[in-house]
Design a protein. Structure first.
Length: 382
């Protein structure tokens, strides 16, 4: 069966944030129209090589997709419609947006083009923290972008938040949560800051010019997020993700359930026909490859059954509902106990996972030490 999900990467930004290590490039001077033409050609190649059937989820990420001009966005959505016309009845179509880059006109184009979910990169509701991490929007832009999206008719909005930021306190986190809850998005993704190599923050950290919260302060921020969002009616369904009932991210669950998906665009990753692949990261190289009719894949890996089982456990345990035992057995013809019994027993003794009737799940302790749990499943298939 071909994938039922699609990821499309738009690598342009008006400004690169200090923590960002994604495949993203400053918009000025970039060959945007040529890139989009190459992207359309990649869609054509994939639909010939592995023709899609019904699509359940589609996600346009970046970069900042909403830096595209209105006519460019309209053309992109039309091209997507041509390449992936068959959509399920509960189809989810998400576009990432930065608050400063949206307008009512652009939001209307998204709505008219079939988009039904917007993910806004808010990060924090404190102006001094937004400046500290290199964001170019303010709090008012967050509020206006949400207001406009509601007026256009979007009923499924997600906000990204970050914690563990330079100079951020637990009190700052509490105040941001109050403002977030007042906005009432249907979904929230809450990520701790990671210092990634090659970013501005990485070099500042190397030079001891970055004052970060302590591990204890970061722990309290995470617990505060969980507590306040739970009180406000949000359900934590994945380590970093919370939603009102019925608004879990269908697309992200594709990744966590180790399902296949098309990955399109420069630097995009995909998983099709048992092969994981990554596209080249250079924009000009990407354009040239596709102008020559070549696929822009930089590397690919035929996933072995052992690696697939490891991924199934590691990704699935990020979900609070855990890894479904029946689903594992149906996919691999073996039970979790047969393959990972000794790992499960070891982690249970450490009180990091719990063996439920239908699933294997992280415990409260496991939520805080997830990396230790995930590492235990690597290269341990018997």
């Amino acid at each position: 069966m071909p994938p039922r999900s699609v990821y499309i990467h738009i690598p342009f930004c008006s400004h690169k944030c200090y923590y960002c290590d994604f495949t993203a490039y400053h918009l000025d001077g970039q060959p945007v129209d040529a890139y989009l033409s190459a992207l359309y050609e990649e869609m054509n190649i994939w639909t010939q090589v592995t023709p899609p059937n019904t699509i359940d989820t589609l996600y346009i990420g970046g970069g900042t997709p909403t830096v595209l001009k209105p006519h460019q966005m309209r053309q992109l959505l039309q091209a997507i419609e041509r390449a992936f016309p068959q959509r399920s009845t509960n189809f989810e179509f998400t576009v990432e947006a930065n608050p400063e880059s949206v307008s009512k006109e652009l939001l209307q184009i998204l709505m008219d083009g079939g988009v039904n979910r917007i993910s806004f990169g808010a990060q924090t509701f404190h102006p001094h923290l937004l400046r500290a991490i290199g964001r170019v929007h303010g709090v008012q832009e967050i509020l206006y972008s949400v207001k406009w999206a509601r007026e256009i008719g979007f009923s499924n909005l997600s906000l990204d938040l970050m914690f563990g930021l330079p100079g951020q306190t637990v009190e700052d986190m509490a105040e941001t949560l109050e403002q977030v809850i007042a906005v009432k998005p249907e979904h929230l993704s809450c990520y701790s800051l990671k210092i990634e190599e090659g970013t501005r923050f990485y070099f500042m950290h190397q030079q001891n010019r970055l004052t970060l919260p302590t591990d204890e302060e970061e722990y309290h921020m995470f617990q505060l997020i969980r507590e306040r969002l739970h009180q406000a009616g949000y359900r934590q369904y994945e380590i970093s993700n919370f939603s009102l009932p019925g608004y879990e991210s269908m697309h992200n669950k594709v990744y966590w359930q180790n399902d296949e998906y098309y990955g399109l665009g420069v630097g995009a990753h995909g998983y099709v026909n048992g092969v994981r692949y990554a596209n080249i990261k250079g924009i000009q190289s990407y354009i040239e490859r596709l102008e020559n009719g070549d696929r822009p894949i930089a590397e690919q890996n035929h996933v072995s059954i052992e690696e697939s089982m490891e991924n199934f456990m590691i990704l699935g345990l990020r979900l609070l509902q855990g890894v479904n035992k029946v689903r594992f057995a149906q996919r691999y013809g073996k039970s979790i106990d047969q393959v990972f019994g000794h790992v499960v027993q070891s982690l249970m003794k450490k009180k990091l996972i719990a063996d439920k009737v239908e699933s294997i799940q992280l415990t409260e302790k496991g939520l805080l030490f997830g990396n230790e749990v995930f590492a235990a499943f690597l290269s341990d298939v018997h």
